[in-house]
Structures are given as C-alpha cells and as structure tokens.
Design a protein around this ligand. Structure first.
Ligand code: IPE
Ligand code: IPE
Ligand code: MG
Length: 255
C-alpha cells in the first residue's frame, strides 16, 4: 500500500462489539492526593495506596483476559509538583519495581515502560531496564508503565528520529505514512488502547497517549484511584461493552 493510501485510510483494528474484553485498557490513575486529603492524610499516603490499586488492577486485568494494561504513573508535566512529592513518586516507582518484579515475572507478566528515559536518575533507569529485560519473553498480560511520559513529547521524539533518518539519507519523506510514524513511538508493537479509564472525576486527557487514543473509548469514573477495585474495573468494562465503535464507518451492530 502506498504512503498516500495509508494516510487517507488508516488501518484500524476492526470493531468487535460485545466480543470479549477490550484487548488494551489504559488507565489515567488520578485522585491520589484528594483521596488522602479527604482523610486528613498526607498526599504520599494516597500515592502509597495507589500502588495497591495498581496491584489489584493487574489481577483483574489478568482475570478478564485483557492483553495490555497501560498505567499512567508519572507525566512529563508532573515535574511541576513540589520536589518532595516528585521524590516520593520516584521512590514509589523504585519500590514497586524492587518489590513486585519477581511476582509479576512469576505471573508471566511482560513489563514495558514508555516515556522519556534518558533524563531519569541512573538507578531508576537500571531498574526499568531490568524490569523489561527480565520479563521480555513472558507471554501473559502486558503491563505498560507510562513513566515520565507525555504524548506530545513522544511525538516530538518520533519526529526527531524520522528527521535524522531523512538527514542520513535512509528515509524518503514521500514514503512516510502512519506505520512509519508508529514505528518510532514508544508504543511500537502495542495495539492502540480500546478503552481509556480516568478516575477522580476529571474529564481530560492530560497528555496521555495522544497519538494512540485517536479512536479509543473513554470512561470517566468518579472514584479516586486508591479506591479503584475489581468492581469499578468491571463496571468500566461493562460500560465499554455498551459502546458502538464505528471508526468513521458504519455501525457493525444490527439496529
Ligand atoms: C494521581 O493522583 C497520581 C499522579 C498524578 C502521579 P494525583 O496526585 O494527581 O491526585 P490529585 O489529582 O491531586 O487528587
Ligand atoms: C495525570 O494526572 C497524570 C497521571 C495520572 C500520572 P494529573 O493529576 O497530573 O493531571 P492534571 O494536572 O489534573 O491534568
Ligand atoms: Mg491529579
């Protein structure tokens, strides 16, 4: 297929309403701070309880037969928070990898990290590499951790990589199509999210998976992330199952 044909008719996953669970669920885990504030606790306590909610979400995703679970753990913009909170969040990621990696590996989970890695502290980079390396041959749930991730920043990095190839003479700009761009994204090889869940009642994207969510369904839940459990997860999946995905075409449902 030529580049131009791909631009005008993107290859999208075929909608399969009611046919099993979404293959890829991506979660904007929001509301840790408000969960804590409501209880008179420090924000850190909300983040700590948020990690437990991630463990529950991984279990439920496994049970539901979801293939990919992406969790938004730290955004490119979260550096704007007070230094102490940033440091707490870095600490929690380290603790999560150190404490949970063996269990995830034993459960056949494959871990992938998306986001900008070069500017992270060396000890964090080592841990992230270790998590990916250890689990790379696993065939169960794919757990994608978006850390120091921003959708726009990811697209800029991809554009830069393409520009370098053009400069090196290995890429003809006329052949750039959707696949060429996708191959440079952090998520290369991962199907686009079918469903994006955001907790805490906020209804915005906050720079999450900008390219990949072009045709995702969104479910916004009022619950704060530390309260997210099996029941809320399943309710979001049920809501998703009622959606009629058309991808710009016509309904595949009999109406
Ligand atoms: C989500 O909870 C966790 C991160 C963004 C790292 P918040 O920390 O954003 O909690 P709220 O939105 O302030 O309640
Ligand atoms: C989005 O939540 C980022 C993560 C969940 C990691 P934020 O709390 O940072 O988003 P805004 O600032 O409310 O848009
Ligand atoms: Mg928030």
């Amino acid at each position: 297929m030529s580049g131009e044909a791909k631009l005008s008719a993107p290859a999208l996953t075929q909608p399969a309403p009611g046919e099993g669970p979404p293959a890829h669920v991506a979660i904007i885990m929001d509301g840790n701070g408000r969960w804590a504030a409501k209880r008179g606790l420090p924000r850190f306590e909300g983040h700590r309880r948020g990690v437990e909610a991630i463990r529950r979400a991984v279990r439920t995703a496994n049970e539901l037969g979801i293939r990919y679970l992406t969790v938004y753990s730290f955004s490119s913009e979260n550096w704007r928070r007070p230094a102490q909170e940033v440091s707490d969040l870095m600490g929690l990621l380290k603790r999560f990898v150190r404490h949970d990696l063996a269990d995830l590996h034993a459960a056949n989970v494959r871990v992938r990290i998306i986001g900008e890695r070069t500017s992270l502290a060396p000890d964090i980079r080592v841990l992230l590499d270790e998590a990916e390396g250890l689990t790379k041959a696993n065939t169960g749930l794919n757990l994608v951790i978006a850390f120091n991730y921003g959708g726009r920043q990811e697209i800029v990095r991809a554009m830069r990589a393409l520009a370098e190839k053009v400069r090196a003479g290995t890429l003809d700009p006329a052949t750039i199509d959707l696949d060429t761009v996708e191959a440079e994204l952090d998520t290369t090889g991962i199907p686009d999210p079918d469903l994006v869940i955001r907790t805490s009642g906020e209804q915005r994207v906050s720079n999450f998976l900008t390219w990949q969510t072009a045709y995702s369904e969104f479910v916004f839940l009022p619950d704060f992330w530390p309260d997210f459990d099996d029941r809320t997860f399943r309710s979001a999946i049920e809501e998703y199952a009622r959606r009629d995905r058309r991808f710009g075409g016509l309904s595949a449902r009999v109406v």
